[in-house]
Write a protein of this length. Structure first.
Length: 183
C-alpha cells in the first residue's frame, strides 16, 4: 500500500499513470480559469467586449474541451472507488461536473451570440458566469487533487491502474492533454 498525505500523488513517479494525466490536465484548466478571471476583471473595468471576444472564444472552447477529462473520471475512475464503498466523493464530483457543464456551455453560447447583445448586458453575463465558473472549478480541482486522487491511489490496487489507463485511452483525451504524459 502507498502511504500519501493530502495533496500528494505519484505524479512524479510515472507521468503516464492515470492520476498523473488528470493532474497535468488540471494545470491547463487552472491556467484557463486564470485567463477567464482576467477577462472578467477587464470587463468590470469597462473594457469593450470586442477587445476580449477572441480570448473568450479560446477560453470557452478549452473549458468545454475538458469534457473528456470529466468523462474519464466519471466512467473509469469513479466506478473503481464506488466498487470499494467510496460513494460520496464521486457522487459529489459528478454533480459538480453537471453544474459546471451547464455554465461552461452557457459561456460558449454567450460568446457565440455576442453580436446580438448590447455591450453592458454581454459584460454583465460574462462576469456572472466567470464569478461562478472560476471559484467553483478551482475548488473542484482542489478537492480532486488533494482528496479524491490521493484516496484513489490509496484504495485502488496497483494492478488495476493499467486497466483504468486502457479505459482512458478508449475514452480519449483533451486537445490540451500534454503529450509527454501519454507516453
Amino acid at each position: 500500500m502507498v502511504h500519501l498525505i493530502a495533496g500528494s500523488t505519484l505524479a512524479g513517479a510515472n507521468p503516464s499513470q492515470p492520476i498523473a494525466i488528470l493532474e497535468e490536465e488540471h494545470k491547463v484548466i487552472l491556467s484557463n480559469l486564470g485567463c477567464l478571471e482576467e477577462v472578467a476583471k477587464r470587463l468590470q473595468t469597462n473594457a469593450k467586449p470586442q477587445t476580449v471576444l477572441d480570448e473568450l472564444r479560446t477560453i470557452s472552447q478549452s473549458l468545454l474541451d475538458a469534457e473528456s477529462h470529466h468523462k474519464r473520471e466519471e466512467d473509469a475512475l469513479f466506478p473503481r472507488l464506488e466498487e470499494r464503498g467510496i460513494r460520496g466523493p464521486p457522487s459529489m464530483m459528478r454533480l459538480e461536473h453537471n453544474e459546471l457543464r451547464k455554465r461552461k456551455k452557457a459561456l460558449k453560447d454567450l460568446v457565440e451570440g455576442a453580436s446580438s447583445l448590447d455591450e453592458a448586458d454581454f459584460s454583465r453575463q460574462v462576469i456572472g458566469l466567470a464569478d461562478f465558473i472560476v471559484p467553483t472549478l478551482r475548488n473542484h480541482i482542489f478537492k480532486e487533487d488533494d482528496v479524491l486522487y490521493p484516496m484513489a491511489l490509496q484504495t485502488i490496487p496497483n494492478d488495476e491502474w493499467s486497466r483504468i489507463r486502457s479505459e482512458f485511452d478508449k475514452i480519449g483525451y483533451c486537445s490540451f492533454t500534454p503529450k509527454h504524459v501519454l507516453g
